[in-house]
Write a protein that binds this ligand. Structure first.
Ligand code: AVJ
Length: 303
């Protein structure tokens, strides 16, 4: 029996535009490389997210005694929210056990922490069963919502809504449209950290699925799609080559210049957010915006 990862790799590399799903970027090494990205001067997204949370967490209604976070990562930017709510019960949900450990360490003392090692929706189902009727605030920070294709995004947000009750809230972060040069520098930094983050996906296939990708035979590419309002990451083949992935029972060829698409990161316009909330069963209550690195924290109420 092949793993889900093996099946997804097989299916993704069989498409005319080869692709590998961005969720697989985050193994332990990938998560560490992403943490390094957040420190890059060119990548302002995480700092904008943090500035907004520090500044506006005190404005979040105090009623929420339960907080769940989708993809908590190391949990650093969550502290101001937990402090504003005066130590709620906190359910960090993440697929990475290492990230949950760091999160517990980082936030010890700020909340009663109940880590959940699961995918977002399975984790939320678990929270729904353990919240004991307390009002729930769900956090979906860092513009991870931007990684979904528009159609999957609404479906996903509706699935989140279906695990919540009327009156619960969702605080969701959106990276906003900004000048293309800023975006390209953020996703193709001169120190090569984002390139390493992207290439590590091939390294992960090699490690976990016994693949023979030569990482040096690919180069990182960031592109802006002005129609789709998104940045795409690709791995561009430097030559004609064949790759074998033993544990996926699969091989394929790549032509020189052919790419594997590994991530889309959508950039939003402020006014597309409230209709998105409504389409998923929420009402947008407040938006907080950082002007230095255009980013929006949006508070939605389950209606
Ligand atoms: C964590 C998904 C928000 O899309 O900006 C960073 C991931 N990719 N650099 C993003 C990422 C390339 C990041 N998110």
């Amino acid at each position: 029996m092949q793993s889900e990862f093996a099946c997804d790799v097989r299916a993704g590399l069989s498409k005319p535009q080869k692709e590998l799903h961005s969720k697989y970027l985050y193994d332990d090494l990938g998560s560490a490389l992403f943490d390094a990205i957040t420190l890059l001067p060119e990548y302002g997204l995480t700092r904008a997210d943090e500035r907004l949370l520090i500044r506006y967490a005190p404005a979040i209604p105090r009623e929420f005694s339960c907080v769940a976070e989708l993809g908590s990562g190391s949990g650093r930017k969550t502290r101001p929210v937990l402090e504003a709510l005066r130590g709620p019960r906190y359910f960090p949900i993440d697929v990475s056990c290492a990230a949950l450990d760091r999160c517990q360490h980082e936030l010890a003392g700020a909340a009663e922490i109940v880590p959940i090692e699961a995918s977002y929706l399975d984790g939320l189902t678990h929270v729904a069963a353990h919240r004991n009727g307390d009002p729930l605030l769900v956090l979906f920070l860092g513009s991870t919502v931007g990684n979904f294709e528009p159609r999957c995004r609404t479906e996903f947000l509706a699935q989140v809504r279906s695990r919540m009750r009327t009156g619960d809230a969702l605080l969701v972060g959106f990276d906003l449209l900004k000048p293309v040069e800023m975006l390209l520098a953020a996703y193709d930094d001169p120190a090569g950290v984002t390139a390493a983050f992207n290439l590590n996906l091939l390294g992960r296939v090699n490690r976990e699925l016994d693949g023979n990708f030569d990482l040096r035979a690919f180069c990182h590419e960031a592109r802006f799609d002005p129609n789709g309002h998104r940045i795409e990451m690709h791995l561009n083949s430097r030559c004609d080559q064949t790759v074998k992935i033993r544990r996926a029972d699969f091989s394929c060829t790549l032509r020189e210049g052919e790419t594997i698409w590994t991530e889309s990161s959508h950039k939003f316009a402020e006014d597309e957010i409230p209709p998105m909330a409504r389409a998923a069963g929420f009402e947008c209550e407040t938006q907080w915006i950082d002007r230095e690195w255009p980013f929006c924290e949006s508070l939605w109420r389950a209606s």
